[in-house]
Design a protein around this ligand. Structure first.
Ligand SMILES: [Zn+2]
Length: 401
């Protein structure tokens, strides 16, 4: 018996370009060859179904909270219950064609990653940050009223000063984090800070980046206001998350340093919709509006400057709205409809561009993980067709047909 599988389709997109009719040979969970006239007894004929690399959500939180009551979930539910509640969410994400997610901050992300890898639960590959690092009076605190020491480690790990930041970096790496996530500005959902506030000093950021590099990994920075984005870049971070308020000069600097940007348009629209239903505090919505306006102008300018744009939803908790777990494809739609990316560019943002995340994902090419999906539609013509996922293969095994 052979462990090789050949997939054939008339419409193959390899994560970079549309190739047309191709065959993809899979062996031992990896892609061996992409070409034509390949011989293999074990074949999957997909006809004119659109074939793509499995999608990647480059920024998500699998926290098991309700978006409208994040602090309550952390303070009043046990951490294991919260974590176990995410099991159906992970399956939903995988079945929607997202075979990899980058978990951008939650302590239990590393456990979920390990449980998926061990085959205990079904889900996408998880690249996990573990606890994100936050300063006191930072975006990663659950409350700016309750004592900081009562919440450190529940969501963000609180650290102040270079020595403390070094200790916190080593602690999250020791806990199994794949990379370090930090907050260099405030944000809309945190209680009393603002997206314009700079968080962490340049020295603190540099110290965290140094610790990450020593351990062979990188830092991704939540950075919304322009000054905090600048600090993150100067501090040596490898990824800018959000970047909503970047000015022209900063956009050019991001491009010059070859730093990928994950604009997370989904979370802005999701929070706005939830706010309109009266489910979020008024100050949150007031902080949100300039972010929504600026983000739409940053995406096309970033694209024009040559910045690699990654599709990340920044979903953090269930809402029951259209933008929710399992509809992660909405980010591609928003990048296209609000951010002005072409269908091809939006599709690349969730596939080929994500090969920079340090894993062999997002492309149909020899040596990459055999994460392959088929779609009943053509997202290069109508980006919302990315929702019509039929087959999902992860690591060479068909998990959904
Ligand atoms: Zn986030």
């Amino acid at each position: 018996m052979t462990n090789k599988i050949l997939i054939r389709s008339d419409n193959v997109f390899d994560g970079e370009n549309f190739l047309g009719r191709r065959e993809i040979l899979v062996k031992d969970g990896k892609i061996l060859e992409v070409g034509s006239g390949i011989s293999c007894d074990n074949r999957i004929e997909l006809g004119d179904e659109f074939v793509s690399p499995g999608f990647v959500d480059a920024h998500i939180h699998i926290s098991g909270v309700k978006l409208s009551s994040i602090p309550e979930s952390f303070f009043y539910e046990t951490a294991p219950a919260r974590m176990l509640s995410t099991i159906p969410i992970l399956k939903k994400i995988l079945f929607s064609g997202f075979t990899t997610v980058r978990e951008c901050g939650d302590y239990h992300g590393v456990y979920l990653r390990d449980a998926v890898n061990a085959g205990y639960i079904e889900g996408p590959r998880i690249i996990a940050a573990g606890s994100p690092l936050t300063q006191t009076f930072g975006h990663g605190e659950l409350s700016h009223v309750l004592p900081a020491e009562t919440q450190s480690g529940l969501f963000g790990m609180v650290c102040d000063g270079v020595d403390d930041c070094i200790k916190a970096s080593r602690t999250v790496l020791r806990q199994g984090s794949d990379f370090i996530k930090i907050f260099t500005t405030g944000g809309a959902l945190s209680q009393s800070d603002s997206p314009y506030h700079e968080q962490f000093t340049l020295e603190e950021i540099r110290a965290i980046v140094k610790e990450a590099k020593k351990a062979g990994t990188y830092v991704a920075a939540h950075a919304e206001g322009d000054a905090g984005i600048r600090n993150a870049i100067e501090g040596g971070v490898s990824f800018i998350e959000h970047g909503f308020l970047a000015n022209e000069e900063t956009i050019l600097l991001i491009a010059e340093r070859n730093i990928p940007l994950t604009p997370t348009l989904s979370v802005l629209e999701q929070i706005n919709e939830l706010g309109e239903k009266g489910a979020l505090p008024k100050p949150t919505l007031e902080k949100l509006q300039p972010l929504r306006q600026h983000a739409r102008t940053v995406v096309p300018r970033a694209q024009k400057a040559g910045i690699k744009i990654l599709a990340g939803t920044d979903l953090i908790g269930s809402t029951g709205l259209d933008i929710d777990y399992g509809n992660n494809w909405m980010e591609m739609v928003l990048l296209n409809k609000l951010g002005g990316l072409s269908e091809l560019e939006a599709l690349r943002a969730a596939t080929g561009n994500c090969s920079v995340l340090g894993k062999k994902v997002g492309r149909l090419a020899p040596g990459y993980d055999a994460d392959i999906i088929s779609i009943n539609g053509n997202p290069l013509e109508e980006i919302a067709d990315a929702s019509k996922v039929a087959m999902v293969m992860k690591g060479g095994s068909i998990v959904k047909k």
